[in-house]
Design a protein around this ligand. Structure first.
Ligand code: BTN
Length: 314
């Protein structure tokens, strides 16, 4: 998809109908060329129909407004690159493979993932009309101590944005976002480069947004924003708000670390006070430490957990 295709999508989005002639004259190309481009957009999954004498019409307007995200990135002090992909194996894998060519603070978004990756080598099930994106941050000192709090920080930012959009979401340590007891968002942070040297962090974010339902295989543990709230969300607005909030708070995270966000994190963390299983071991979750670690009690002793799979026993 190139800038001309993006311009066609923008015009289709903004108008009920737009004629082939109008598009052709706007883009300084022939009617035939417009026809060809419309066909290839349809092949990518955009539902465009044509009506005699009226022109083309975008039937389903739930699309990512690439032009708005590009506009936001251009005005951002942090983000320097944006790549929109219709389909990719995994946005995290894409960033990893191409990071030497990508500027620091690049956002890679994909409408579909064929091999989306989750934590603990799991698969991230690809739902229609969701958000699947990765942020590349380069030149971070890969000090392992800062990585756990950094992923917690990202989860907090997303929870905050969802709440601004009216969603009553919560955080399950370390950075899953839950709604009505089921997962709506997962974050996979991957490091690349040397520990304690210069390298990069890839933050992969998957949010289940406007799919009506989730497949049978995950329906007991996962849900979508739409399934829970019974309305559609503006995915472009959500993405831009996440980027804005991330950028706005990153300097606070860099200056003060996780402790700056700890109270807010704790107020939304569903693990606190619950009996949980950490890698299969039963414990009582007592607190979130100042670096974001899970503080638990096991057989009368305090244990601090900084990574691992946590299941809550409700
Ligand atoms: C988890 O909860 O297990 C983490 C899921 C992370 C999914 C996102 S979708 C975008 C990015 N690309 C991937 O392959 N995974 C992350």
């Amino acid at each position: 998809m190139d800038e001309k295709d993006i311009c066609i999508l923008k015009k289709l989005y903004e108008n009920e109908y737009i004629s082939g002639e109008e598009l052709a004259s706007l883009l300084h190309v022939s009617r035939m060329a417009i026809n060809k481009r419309i066909k290839s957009l349809q092949a990518l999954g955009y539902r465009i129909e044509s009506a005699k004498k009226k022109g083309y019409m975008l039937v389903d307007k739930d699309l990512i407004r690439i032009w708005e995200i590009e506009g936001h990135i251009q005005s951002s002090n942090l983000f320097k690159g944006f790549i929109y992909l219709n389909e990719v194996d995994s946005t995290n894998a894409y960033v990893k493979q191409n990071q030497q060519y990508l500027p620091n603070a690049t956002l890679v978004y994909a409408e579909r993932q064929t091999q989306g990756r989750g934590r603990f080598s799991r698969r991230w099930v690809d739902l229609d009309k969701g958000i699947k994106m990765s942020i590349l941050l380069k030149l971070l000192l890969l000090d392992l101590e800062k990585i756990v709090p950094f992923t917690l920080f990202t989860g907090l930012v997303i929870n905050r944005v969802l709440r601004k959009h009216g969603v009553e979401s919560f955080i399950k340590w370390s950075n899953d976002i839950y709604l009505n007891g089921k997962k709506v968002c997962g974050i996979l942070s991957e490091l690349s480069g040397e520990v304690e040297g210069f390298g990069s962090i890839i933050i992969g974010i998957g949010i289940n947004v406007n799919a009506k339902n989730v497949p049978e295989e995950i329906k007991d543990i996962a849900t979508t924003l739409k399934a829970e709230t019974l309305h559609d969300f503006d995915r472009t607005r959500l993405i831009i708000d996440i980027l804005k909030e991330f950028e706005r708070e990153l300097s606070n995270f860099e200056k003060y670390g996780f402790s700056y966000f700890r109270d807010e994190y704790k107020s939304f963390c569903i693990n606190l006070g619950k009996e949980i299983l950490v890698n299969g071991e039963r414990m009582l979750c007592k607190d979130i430490g100042k670096n974001g670690e899970l503080v638990c009690e096991k057989d009368g002793k305090i244990v601090e957990i900084s990574s691992g799979e946590v299941t809550i026993r409700f």
